[in-house]
Design a protein around this ligand. Structure first.
Ligand code: GLP
Length: 242
């Protein structure tokens, strides 16, 4: 495990973008696993900037997002498909058909999860999985108590996650209570993992995840067992004017 501390959100973001860029430059057909949330936005902006300068080519890149809210379609501003299109995909030369986000409106969500898992396998597996961490230690939407052997699945969100994510919705009542998420097993199968953490309020849970007991109660603690984990931490909160 490599842990890098940075003093600002901008530095964390640039370092993360450097690692993602190197992966794309060295392996143009790379398969990336991507997160949503506010934490990776700075890294996405940096990637867009480098793409616009001509330093990056996404034309052969494939992506799989970690998760999606059950019931939201891609036109909903809080859906993760909408987020990814707006924060990254619409600004670089990635082929939309190569970008995957679980379909939150699938008629049979369980079957959608199986198809998603299958699609990851068919793409050759995830080369670099980028992650954020929830306040309760969740990764993707793998909430505390989740079994390690789960692949992509439909999951129930905890009260604390609904509360935390309600800041992005008009009201708490509008936050979906379920989601489709890559499972812990899916995430652990990625060849490399890059965990991004920003802000003082995440440091306690990060410490528990990296240095505490490996337990389903802190889902991110399983990452201690991954053979190629890099963690980039910014002690600074995301600036309000970012
Ligand atoms: C959501 C996402 C996670 C993300 C987490 C933290 O719950 N499902 O993938 O890591 O939020 O988000 P933020 O980066 O905004 O703190």
């Amino acid at each position: 495990m490599k842990i890098m501390y940075t003093d600002t959100y901008a530095n964390m973001s640039r370092r993360a973008a450097n690692i993602i860029s190197a992966q794309i430059i060295l392996h143009p057909k790379t398969v990336l696993g991507l997160p949503t949330g506010t934490t990776p936005i700075g890294a996405y902006r940096q990637l867009i900037e480098w793409y616009k300068k001509g330093d990056l080519d996404f034309s052969q890149v494939t992506t799989f997002n970690l998760d999606e809210y059950l019931g939201l379609d891609g036109s909903h501003p809080q859906s993760y498909r909408y987020f990814m299109d707006n924060q990254l995909f619409d600004h670089v030369n990635i082929r939309k058909g190569n970008t995957h986000v679980p379909d939150g409106t699938a008629a049979d969500p369980e079957a959608e999860c199986e198809l998603y898992e299958q699609a990851i396998k068919e793409a050759g597996g995830i080369d670099l999985q980028v992650l954020g961490i929830g306040n309760n230690g969740h990764i993707g939407f793998n909430e505390p108590g989740t079994a390690y052997e789960k692949t992509t699945n439909v999951t129930e969100l905890t009260e604390s996650t609904i509360e935390a994510n309600s800041r992005l919705f008009a009201s708490k009542e509008e936050v979906p209570t379920k989601a489709l998420t890559m499972g812990m097993k899916t995430i652990m199968h990625a060849r490399r993992i890059l965990l991004l953490v920003s802000g003082q309020h995440k440091l306690d849970i990060l410490n528990a995840a990296l240095h505490g007991p490996i337990t389903p109660e802190v889902p991110a603690s399983l990452l201690q067992l991954h053979p190629d984990l890099t963690v980039i931490v910014s002690t600074e909160d995301i600036p309000a004017d970012f």
